[in-house]
Design a protein around this ligand. Structure first.
Ligand SMILES: Nc1ncnc2c1ncn2[C@@H]1O[C@H](COP(=O)(O)OP(=O)(O)OP(=O)(O)O)[C@@H](O)[C@H]1O
Length: 325
């Protein structure tokens, strides 16, 4: 299957699943291709009343679609090498990230207020639209677009306009290629991501930003007593996002505000322990710190395949850039 081909996303698109079977499966809770992929043929036979051979065929198709099979290490290497990267606008920061922000991956930017998390998110939403030879994901006429889920109302179209102009894009067009949604609470935030399983392939969306991923969860489930349920919901949300990244080959960027002085937030271990939310989930974590003036320090935190390290970038009128001096 070619990379740009739109993959079926509903179980009704699987071979062997007609409308009646589809509705029986959905009724029994098999609502996604993932659920089918991990089901046993006997389960499907009993809930949908289909022949065993058909059940085998449906499960096999679901697994193929999700690419669940043994791969050689060489194949894994080739897959990684083929992953596309989006430039951040700063070659220092790109280098730290191993070439830019990667598709099929969640990249978390965490740091205190004003550390540059939203600025990077704006910049990536512009840069994804650039042609591939300029660090974007637009191939020929097929413009790569972005989704920006804003939980705190910090999105500024003026900034997009400014950054697009500097990047040599038509600012009006650039703004049309960013789908914006203000998420009003954590349930809404998760519902919006669920909706993206429809929108992403249809509109050639290659970047999904959630700025900030944590604020609603923290506000709705405050303190230590709510930690377990908060983390559980947040994990579900992260799992949704990583499925989206994986299935549709998109880059997912999440931001997470952490306090400069975690001791003030005693009782909230998500603040105290290093700060990032990805924990053991696969992905890339970058800590941002304020430095002199508009300079910022980015630090790679326990990345599975990237060396730890630090670099400096700058926030300018034009956006994220390497420091002048
Ligand atoms: N037009 C601009 N020119 C230069 N620098 C700018 C411009 N706009 C914003 N900045 C810089 O970006 C900073 C804000 O960064 P950003 O909004 O990304 O922070 P953040 O990490 O998202 O913070 P928060 O957690 O509060 O949302 C400002 O303090 C300023 O230094």
């Amino acid at each position: 299957m070619s990379e740009n081909e739109i993959r079926p996303r509903s179980i009704a698109d699987l071979p062997g699943v007609g409308p009646t079977t589809a509705s029986k499966l959905v009724e029994a809770g098999y609502t996604t291709i993932e659920a089918i992929a991990v089901a046993t043929p006997e389960e499907l036979v009993s809930v949908a009343g289909i022949p065993l051979a058909t059940a085998h065929k449906i499960i096999k198709a679901a697994r193929e679609l999700l690419d669940i099979r043994f791969k050689t290490a060489k194949e894994v290497k080739m897959e990684r090498m083929n992953l596309k990267k989006i430039t951040t606008g700063s070659s220092n920061l790109d280098e730290l990230l191993g070439g830019g922000v990667e598709t099929k991956t969640i990249t978390e930017f965490f740091g205190e207020f004003g550390s540059g998390k939203s600025q990077i998110s704006h910049q990536l939403s512009v840069n994804v639209q650039l042609p591939t030879d300029q660090g974007g994901l637009t191939e020929g006429e097929n413009i790569a677009k972005a989704v920006y889920i804003d939980t705190e109302g910090t999105f500024r179209w003026e900034r997009i306009e400014q950054m697009a102009r500097c990047a040599g894009l038509d600012p009006e067009l650039a703004m049309e290629n960013i789908y914006y949604m203000r998420a009003v609470n954590s349930d809404h935030q998760m519902a919006v991501v669920e909706e993206l399983f429809g929108l992403v392939p249809k509109e050639n969306i290659r970047l999904v930003v959630v700025d900030s991923v944590t604020s609603h969860f923290r506000a709705e489930y405050p303190g230590r007593e709510n930690l377990a349920v908060r983390q559980q919901k947040l994990n579900k949300h992260l799992h949704q996002l990583s499925r989206l990244a994986e299935i549709y080959n998109v880059a997912v960027v999440i931001t997470n505000q952490v306090m400069a002085k975690p001791d003030v937030f005693y009782g909230d271990p998500t603040q105290a322990v290093g700060g990032h939310v990805l924990y053991h989930a696969p992905g890339v974590r970058v800590q941002l710190k304020k430095s002199r003036g508009n300079k910022r320090i980015a630090r790679m935190v326990d990345a599975p395949h990237l060396p730890e390290g630090e670099t400096v970038f700058e926030i300018t009128e034009c956006g994220i850039r390497d420091p002048e001096d």
